[in-house]
Design a protein around this ligand. Structure first.
Ligand SMILES: Nc1ncnc2c1ncn2[C@@H]1O[C@H](COP(=O)(O)OP(=O)(O)O)[C@@H](O)[C@H]1O
Ligand SMILES: N[C@@H](CCOP(=O)(O)O)C(=O)O
Length: 316
C-alpha cells in the first residue's frame, strides 16, 4: 500500500496510552505494501510499525499475531507484536483492527544476488521448521477456494488469450495431488519487498498477513518465482540453485515434492497473477494505493507452463 485509513497524531497519542511504549514523537504513513494501512511510529522509547487491517476479518488476526510472536521467540528476525496493558496484541484504531509491532532494521528490495538467495532459502526453511511447533491452525487465505472465486471475478476483464490461459491453468491445478506434500505454516508472500537486509544479513522478514497452513513447497515456489525470475519470467539457474540448495540443507525435499515442483511453481504464479489482476481491475479506494503489475505474473505463469529446471538443480 498504501494508506487506506488516515490516522491523526492526536488519535494515535491517545491510543498509545494503552501501551508501555512512551509518548508519540513522530508518525508517518508508509507507501509500500498493498493490503493494509501501515505507519512508522516513533515514540520516546522506541521505533514501531502500526498496521490497521483493512480487509482481514478480526477473528483471523490472532493467528498472524501469535505466529509472529512465536517465530520471534524462536530467534527469527520477525516483528514481535507489542502487548497492551491488558496483555492483548490486537486493538482498535480509527475504527479498524490495529496492531503495533517492533520496527526491524534493514533495507528491502535489494538485488536478488545468488548470495542473498542462499540466505533467503535458509531463512524460509527456518520459518517452516519453527512453524512446526506453532499450535494454531488457519488455512492459507489464498488457497484453492480463493483461487476459484477470484478467477471468476477477474475473468470477464481479461482478453481472450488470457482467459484461455486462466481456464487451462485452473483445470490443471485441480488435478494436482497435494495431499502427499509436507504441510505446515507458510509465509506465502516472501517477496523481495518483505525481506529487510542489514548489510548481507537478513535483518527482518515482514508481512505475515497472508500466512496460513498449506504445502510447504508452495511457499518455496512463491519465493523462487520472485527471487529467481529474470525479466520476462524465466528462472535464473544460479539463484535457484543457491536458494533451493540452502533450503534443502535445512529441510530436505521429499520425492513427492520433487515430482510436484513444476505444478507448485505454476500454482504460485497463478496466485499472484490473480491477486494483482483483482487489485488492478477491482481497485479499493484509499489515500495512497499501490497496484502491482499483473502482466509480470501472467508472463511468469506462461514461462512455468513451458520450462522448469528440476528441483535443487546441481546440488546433491
Ligand atoms: N516491522 C517492520 N519493520 C520495518 N519496516 C516495516 C515493518 N513492517 C512493515 N514495514 C515497512 O512497511 C512496508 C509495508 O509493509 P507490508 O507489510 O508489506 O504492507 P501490507 O501489509 O500492506 O502488505 C514494508 O515494505 C516496509 O518498508
Ligand atoms: N507480494 C505481492 C503482493 C502482496 O503485497 P505486500 O506488499 O503485502 O507484499 C505481489 O507482489 O503481488
Amino acid at each position: 500500500m498504501s494508506v487506506f485509513t488516515p490516522v491523526t497524531a492526536e488519535a494515535l497519542s491517545d491510543w498509545l496510552r494503552r501501551y508501555a511504549v512512551g509518548r508519540l514523537a513522530h508518525v508517518q504513513g508508509i507507501s509500500a505494501g498493498v493490503q493494509n494501512s501501515n505507519f512508522f511510529v516513533t515514540t520516546t522509547l522506541g521505533r514501531y510499525v502500526l498496521t490497521l487491517f483493512e480487509t482481514i476479518p478480526r477473528a483471523e488476526l490472532p493467528f498472524y499475531l501469535h505466529l509472529m510472536a512465536h517465530l520471534a521467540r524462536h530467534g527469527l528476525p520477525v516483528p514481535a507484536p507489542i502487548a497492551d496493558q491488558d496483555n492483548e496484541y490486537l486493538g482498535t484504531l480509527s475504527g479498524k483492527p490495529a496492531v503495533l509491532v517492533m520496527r526491524l532494521t534493514g533495507q528491502a528490495d535489494l538485488p536478488a544476488t545468488p548470495a542473498r538467495c542462499e540466505r533467503v532459502g535458509a531463512m524460509l526453511a527456518g520459518l517452516h521448521l519453527a512453524g512446526l511447533s506453532y499450535g494454531r491452525r488457519q488455512d492459507n487465505p489464498r488457497g484453492a477456494a480463493w483461487r476459484s472465486a477470484t478467477a471468476a471475478q477477474v475473468r470477464p476483464f481479461l482478453p481472450g488469450d488470457e482467459q484461455a490461459l486462466l481456464d487451462a491453468e485452473l483445470a490443471f491445478q485441480v488435478r494436482v495431488p497435494t495431499d502427499a506434500l509436507p504441510q505446515g505454516v507458510i509465509h506465502a508472500d516472501l517477496f523481495r519487498d518483505n525481506v529487510l537486509w542489514d548489510g548481507e544479513h537478513i535483518g527482518g522478514v515482514i508481512d505475515f498477513y497472508f500466512a496460513g497452513c498449506d504445502a510447504l513447497l508452495f511457499d518455496v515456489a512463491v519465493t523462487v518465482n520472485d527471487w529467481c525470475a529474470l525479466p520476462g519470467g524465466a528462472l535464473d539457474e544460479a539463484r535457484c540453485r543457491a536458494l533451493l540448495g540452502a533450503y534443502h540443507a535445512e529441510r530436505p525435499f521429499t520425492d513427492e515434492e520433487r515430482a510436484a515442483w513444476p505444478a507448485m511453481l505454476r500454482a504460485a504464479a497463478l496466485r499472484f497473477w490473480l491477486s494483482r489482476a483483482a487489485d488492478f481491475h477491482l481497485p479499493r479506494a484509499g489515500e495512497m494505493v499501490l497496484v502491482k503489475d499483473p502482466d509480470e505474473y501472467r508472463d511468469i505463469l506462461r514461462q512455468r507452463t513451458r520450462n522448469v529446471p528440476p528441483l535443487v538443480a546441481g546440488s546433491p
